[in-house]
Design a protein around this ligand. Structure first.
Ligand SMILES: Cc1cc2nc3c(=O)[nH]c(=O)nc-3n(C[C@H](O)[C@H](O)[C@H](O)COP(=O)(O)O)c2cc1C
Length: 209
């Protein structure tokens, strides 16, 4: 049974956004509204993260030549060029550590910020760049969930993708070698229905104590 979907781009409530989000791989061929695109990213950036570390960064591609190269690096998945915009969501823990004071709330005051920043940086000193990149990627995945729902909430559709060669994508976009890519996310308005949710029954996955 096909689910009836809201036709306007008015903001959806959270429940409706969750229930109508589904992976879409064919999009209406029109450019993204740039204000909406920025709003999707702003809402995504409201995601929580450990220590408010905000490891996520966005590379936003709206250029068919670049999209074609990204598609080639994504096992030729057609949605990469079919979408009007592609958001590459990655984390950059080395950037976080180079600017560590900015993650702390200004309300804490200088002294506390300095102390917390020093402790935070010290905690990662013993880790390799790869280890802390993996930790940063876990934070970026929280933002990925926000991104998919923020887009749907504003009337857009997405498909999160992990099927790509990270080194090639980094090279195409000029991202640093330590950048961990959480997902490539084509975004636009749906031009196909996609598949209804196929999910485990709650009793299969939840225990109540
Ligand atoms: C981390 C992640 C990676 C994914 N990678 C791909 C991908 O490379 N290509 C693709 O077509 N779909 C990809 N998907 C989409 C999943 O197949 C899809 O989310 C899942 O089948 C559930 O369907 P739904 O999103 O329509 O609810 C990915 C989804 C997630 C969350």
């Amino acid at each position: 049974m096909t689910q009836t979907l809201p036709e306007t781009t008015t903001t959806l409530d959270v429940k409706t956004a969750m229930e109508t989000r589904r992976s879409i791989r064919r999009f209406v061929q029109e450019p993204m509204d740039q204000a909406d695109l920025r709003e999707i990213l702003r809402l995504t950036s409201l995601a929580p993260s450990a220590n408010n570390v905000q490891t996520w960064r966005f590379a936003v591609v709206q250029n068919k030549d670049l999209q074609a190269r990204l598609q080639e690096a994504s096992y030729n998945q057609q949605q990469v060029t079919n979408a009007p915009a592609v958001i590459v969501l990655y984390s950059d823990m080395e950037d976080v550590l180079a600017n560590v004071r900015e993650i702390f709330h200004p309300g804490m005051g200088e002294e506390q910020i300095n102390q917390r920043a020093a402790n935070f940086a010290k905690g990662f000193e013993s880790q390799s760049v790869q280890e802390r990149a993996a930790w940063a990627n876990a934070q970026a995945n929280i933002a990925l969930g926000y991104l998919l729902l923020a887009a749907r909430g504003l009337g857009y559709d997405t498909v999160p993708m992990l099927g790509f060669e990270p080194a090639k994508v980094r090279e195409i976009l000029g991202l640093p070698a330590h950048a961990e890519i959480a997902a490539i996310v084509p975004v636009g308005k749906r031009a196909e229905e996609g598949f209804e949710h196929h999910r485990h029954n709650l009793d299969r996955i939840a225990k109540f104590y």
